[in-house]
Design a binder for this molecule. Sequence first.
Ligand code: GTP
Ligand code: SPV
Ligand code: MN
Length: 584
Amino acid sequence: MNVNVDHHELVKWVQEVEKLTQPEKVVWCNGSEEEYQTFTQQMLQSGDFLALNQQTHPGCYLHRSSPDDVARTEHLTFVCTHEREDAGPNNNWMSPEDGHNKVDALFAGCMRGRTMYVVPYCMGPLDSPFSRCGVEITDSLYVVVNMKIMTRMGEVALKKILQEKAFVRGLHSTGDLKIENRLIMHFPEELMIKSIGSGYGGNALLGKKCHALRIGSYQARSEGWLAEHMLILGLESPEGEKTYIAAAFPSQCGKTNLAMLIPPESYQGWKIWTVGDDIAWIHPGEDGRLYAINPEAGFFGVAPGTSEKTNPNAMAMLNRDAIFTNVGVTEDQQPWWEGLKSGDPVLNWRGESLSEAPGQPVAHPNSRFTVSAKQCPSYTEEMESPHGVPLSAIIFGGRRPSLIPLVFEAKSWAHGVWVGASVGSETTAAATGQVGVLRRDPMAMKPFCGYNFADYWGHWLEFADKPSQLPKIFHVNWFRQTDAGEFIWPGFGENIRVLEWIVARCRGKVEAKSTPIGYVPHIEDISRVGLKLSQASLEGLLTVDRAGWQKELESTCRYMQTYGDRLPSVFSEIQEEILADLKA
Ligand code: GTP
Ligand code: SPV
Ligand code: MN
């Protein structure tokens, strides 16, 4: 590379890592198209990539992970702060000293015979004052090519790093891929990440969850902004009015789908623009509004369930230049997953013929695609806007088969923060462990908040202290089920019916019913035109079950009490008020 970095601390760090890990050679990545092509060719030769059908899917490749390395491993993910309390009950903790010692022992000599890649990257538009850079050192080409799609990577980022001096250091190695030798360590006080033993997305693409959320949230707190697990969308009405919304749902709970929603026929003239599908960095603007940028440049999306019917925008971006991880393939080498609704698979995600593995899923339930955001038909140039887009609404949500209504609105910012903090959701295949178990996942950040949740809620509450035009806060639930286990609400494109109500509330165009848990739509304000859902079913989805909510509140309170003295005092006032209303 032609940049003079000889005496820079980056070079010193790279040399230290080289000494520790002992690679055969070191390659600085420049992020060019040619480099990407060279790396994919190398991966095809090594077997890391399998070519998919280049007629139907030009530039598309399949990567098969090691079978027990297909999801985030939360029990092996640590936040290492000097004070245990700073990491909070929401994180696994080790002291920085223990953390470094444990993980460095695994890194010692781990790159012998391998190439070490130095990957400078920028999270956020290159010219944005809100963007932050990092450097990931890795021995995985799969990581390098994914980082190329997911971030602004290479020379452009290096230039910014040399100007700004500050950057997040991320050291990664696949190690031996054994789960017993896996650790994902964060040192927020040093702006450092060390991850070994996994090649999977959130464990290995360090710009994403490790930097943009865990380290990012820690930095955001001290600098007065928010790093959130949120999609960002722009909803354009037939009159051409644009409203920007950010929404936090836990992993595999519908962010990508909502971010690129295509409205049904009865919503002619409505259009959704995708600004981001997973992470939002949110800053207060001079006008008192909150502005959001998407720090990423691509999508690392869930494959199963993606189809022409559920997410046609995703389908349109996946027929070229995409990486597929752990999906099945058809006889003619096209990617295949459950819910695709076309094609016949012959091999499953492990590469076994289907007869060898009867009754098992073809694609792994957490199989993924990686693709540049620019390939999405609902892509908007606003994704490059250095100042971001102004938010009118923030939505929280989770996967709740019962009780939680389709939508409700918080009564104030503080109540909204409490609603976010009280989110519960059923676990999914995005992380290892049991699927379908209800757990508390405040702001969809349980696995991603880099510091004590109580301090984090306090930080959220502080935004109300400044002169501001804060977004309204809502809660949605697309996942209510019948006793037979079928989803009641049709979801996907039909979710625009709920967004329409949310926008009308933000613009003061519609009344709502006040209930103990918040404002709920009058049934006639959720359009049923063109919808196959009975009035009674919709009523059921909008009803507040007082007895059920009392139990829910008890469970929320028990959870929040585990944060002890650090819990914002306004939370108990809010809880008491809701409880009194529920009992009235
Ligand atoms: P991460 O990338 O893990 O953070 O996930 P995500 O929040 O972006 O979730 P995504 O949009 O990929 O959806 C996850 C799964 O939920 C997919 O299988 C979707 O098909 C399904 N899903 C998304 N939206 C809806 C919905 O409105 N209703 C129903 N029933 N399922 C949905
Ligand atoms: C998630 O699990 O929330 C994801 C995928 O978006 S990962 O990059 O693995 O975190
Ligand atoms: Mn996610």
